[in-house]
Write a protein that binds this ligand. Structure first.
Ligand SMILES: C[S@@+](CC[C@H](N)C(=O)[O-])C[C@H]1O[C@@H](n2cnc3c(N)ncnc32)[C@H](O)[C@@H]1O
Length: 252
């Protein structure tokens, strides 16, 4: 999508993000698990693509030192405006070129990349650079935790599929999600088209997805090995029919 930049997704979605995505994943269990992984006494936690703080804020409320990186200034602004935000170190930046600026810890006990956020990096090379950056800042006993959907098998040589689906139908608003999935390129390109009496808002998204094995391979290139994989944050067993995985990586 021409003109689509790292901050585009968040900048165009920040005003509705909390309303649309507040309960998309099990935030309570995420906070429990990340808190446990941070150790005792806890080491610092870095969330990549932290958005408006759905996870970063409750993590900080648990007493953890939380760094929240997001490419979207609008998302970071939302985070900073919320109660408890003073306890979060919120930074605008690209997770593919990890740089938290001066004052950041050299090493993190946990690096969290939740809710498909790794796929917001729109090509494999950006995902590779991101994981290399994570490996550089992970403490010797630290964990990178990735939460992502499991794409359907196949892909190579399959034709792209386009769809228009109603996301929300209300009295004064319709949101249509227009998308094109290209299984060969492993991309989903789309727009949430929000139609209201006073106008239309376009909320674009581009995802470059990868299967668990492909993420493992990228992690391995960065010197990270898979420690455990579950089908959710509560330790649900992962199987070939799981549609989500929560995978933890450590330095090799
Ligand atoms: C799916 S949202 C997830 C937000 C939050 N982690 C949550 O679970 O609610 C993805 C976030 O990643 C951010 N993002 C996208 N590309 C990024 C990049 N290259 N670097 C840093 N953040 C990015 C977006 O602005 C957005 O806030």
């Amino acid at each position: 999508m021409e003109g689509y930049e790292p901050g585009t997704y968040g900048d165009r979605l920040a005003d509705v993000y909390d309303g649309w995505y507040s309960d998309v994943t099990d935030a309570e269990a995420t906070v429990e698990r990340v808190t446990a992984l941070a150790g005792d006494p806890p080491g610092p936690v870095l969330e990549l693509g932290a958005g408006s703080g759905r996870l970063a804020l409750p993590l900080a409320a648990r007493g953890l030192e939380v760094w929240a990186l997001d490419a979207s200034a609008a998302m970071v602004e939302r985070l900073r405006a919320k109660p408890g935000a003073a306890a979060v170190h919120a930074v605008v930046g690209n997770m593919a070129e990890l740089d938290l600026g001066s004052g950041a810890p050299e090493r993190f006990a946990v690096v969290l990349c939740a809710y498909n956020t790794l796929f917001n990096l729109t090509d494999t090379d950006a995902q590779r650079r991101c994981l290399a950056g994570v490996a550089d800042v992970l403490a010797p006993e630290g964990r990178l935790v990735v939460e992502a959907f499991v794409p359907p098998p196949g892909g190579e040589g399959e034709a792209a599929v386009s769809a228009v689906e109603p996301r929300h139908i209300g009295l004064d608003e319709v949101v249509l999600t227009v998308s094109r999935i290209d299984p060969g390129a492993r991309t989903v390109t789309g727009q949430h088209v929000q139609i209201r009496e006073d106008g239309i808002r376009l909320r674009p998204f581009v995802l470059h997805y990868a299967g668990p094995d492909q993420i493992d391979a990228l992690a391995a290139e960065a010197g990270l090995v898979l420690v455990e994989r579950h089908a959710g944050w509560r330790g649900q067993p992962y199987s070939l029919s799981s549609d989500v995985h929560v995978s933890s990586y450590a330095r090799a």
